[in-house]
Design a protein around this ligand. Structure first.
Ligand code: HEC
Length: 132
């Protein structure tokens, strides 16, 4: 194999790993923020399927994966809706697993999602729903 081709394959493999978007390093809110724990939970438990840039997650990037969930930068969520989705596995119950996190963790996660989802939405679909 020619060296240039080997390099190209190595670069492609590295990009594939980076593009998965898992990990806590991309969280862009302060550790002092009351929502920080929710962001960590999101990054570790939800980012495989959902994009939410404040949590450093690009889970909606892979358009060919059926399991991917809605891009949460592009939707506003109320606290109630986020908690419902966590407890019931989304709104349809078809793909998203239910109760990935429970109890106080689920509540912290729902508060974080309600507070930070929809940053790319210029006219919120549910203007009443931005904060818990
Ligand atoms: C296996 C992939 C997967 C994982 C993991 C996942 N989701 Fe989902 N999620 C989906 C899919 C697919 C939908 C859309 C279908 C539906 O609503 O049932 C969805 C829907 C949602 C919705 C509703 C969005 C809307 O406005 O319609 C919210 C909120 C949500 N997820 C939050 C979360 C949170 C928080 C976590 C982490 C605990 C999480 N999801 C983990 C796949 C996933």
């Amino acid at each position: 194999m020619r060296p240039a081709l080997v390099t190209a394959l190595a670069a492609a493999a590295a990009f594939g790993l980076v593009a998965c978007g898992f990990g806590e390093e991309g969280i862009s809110i302060s550790k002092d923020d009351p929502s920080y724990n929710g962001a960590v939970l999101f990054a570790t438990r939800c980012s495989g399927c959902h994009t939410l840039s404040v949590a450093g997650s690009q889970g909606t990037g892979n358009r060919s994966a059926r399991a991917q969930g809605p891009n949460l930068d592009q939707r506003t969520e109320t606290y109630q809706d986020a908690l419902f989705a966590i407890q019931n596995g989304g709104f349809s119950g078809a793909i998203m697993p239910q109760n990935i996190v429970v109890g106080a963790e689920a509540e912290a996660l729902a508060r974080f999602v309600a507070g930070y989802a929809g940053k790319d939405v210029e006219t919120p679909a549910r203007p009443d729903g931005a904060s818990p």
